[in-house]
Design a protein around this ligand. Structure first.
Ligand code: ADP
Ligand code: MG
Length: 255
């Protein structure tokens, strides 16, 4: 059975997509079978995996509306080690279309049954909003991985996110839990970083990953080549950090 993880934070620019692409590639490098699902109409996880949005015949949108199965739509990432259920601008309309469909919150979950035995991990890259796409992601998942940028306002949105997670747990998906808190764009110098870190530890205890992702220019550059950082510059601090995260992620997800 696949372990399904939603990478969520309704704040934009905190490193959700970067984490999805690079964790997927790192898990694949460790011989895990991975499917990355792009649930953001911007399609950054799609292009960051080497696929061209404009050339897609079908996308995750078709799975959500039920016209295609996951296996018909998924594609290999360009370096070829993990699979991608891609997204493009079609997904912008999904919110409205879903409202008129039955079981609007659990359509992704229903679509994923088909591939449950084909993957070890399914990672869901969520849009920067607590909308119907994010609800579908949370309803389909066992764990929520929350990237947090260690800065003054980092904790502000977390209350709303945790309330949403609680609501989904009660209404749709009792097995949902916080998988882990990942500190991204981490700068070890400012004292603020340490304040945020200690608050995260206070709230989330050992759910906070020991691995931190440093600010690293290679991580920002690699998407424009359609490559995970591991295949762009494997000696970079970003590549090493995401490999370390994959190791910790595997250990903790079996614990
Ligand atoms: P989100 O998906 O949460 O909106 P992204 O993963 O797209 O966030 O990251 C936002 C921007 O920051 C992107 O331009 C990305 O390349 C850059 N970025 C993300 N993580 C890092 C990092 N650790 N170091 C440097 N740049 C980063
Ligand atoms: Mg994103």
């Amino acid at each position: 059975m696949a372990r399904i993880i939603a990478v969520t934070n309704q704040k934009g620019g905190v490193g959700k997509t970067t984490t999805c692409v690079n964790l997927a590639a790192s898990l694949a490098a460790m011989k895990r079978r991975v499917l990355l699902i792009d649930l953001d109409p911007q399609g950054n996880a799609t292009t960051g995996s080497g696929l061209i949005k404009e050339e897609l015949d079908t996308s995750v949108y078709d799975v959500l509306i039920g016209s295609h199965g996951v296996k018909e739509v998924m594609k290999k990432s360009m370096p070829g080690e993990y699979w991608v259920l891609p997204a493009n601008a079609d997904l912008t309309g999904a919110e409205v279309v879903l409202l008129d469909l039955p079981s609007k919150e659990t359509r992704l979950r229903a679509g994923l049954y088909e591939v449950d035995n084909d993957f070890d991990y399914i990672l869901l890259d969520c849009p920067p909003a607590l909308n119907m796409l994010t609800v579908n992601a949370l309803a389909a998942s066992q764990g929520v991985l929350i990237p947090v940028q260690c800065e003054y306002y980092a904790l502000e949105g977390l209350t709303a996110l945790l309330q949403t997670i609680n609501r989904i747990t009660q209404a749709l998906n009792p097995s949902l839990e916080v998988e882990g808190i990942l500190r991204t764009m981490y700068d070890p110098r400012p004292s603020l970083t340490h304040d945020v870190s200690s608050q995260l530890h206070k709230h989330f205890g050992d759910k906070v990953y020991d691995t931190v992702i440093p600010r690293n220019i290679r991580l920002a550059e690699s998407p424009s080549y359609g490559l995970p950082v591991l295949h762009y510059e494997k000696q970079s601090r970003g590549a090493i950090a995401y490999l370390a995260l994959a190791g910790e992620f595997i250990r903790k997800s079996v614990a």
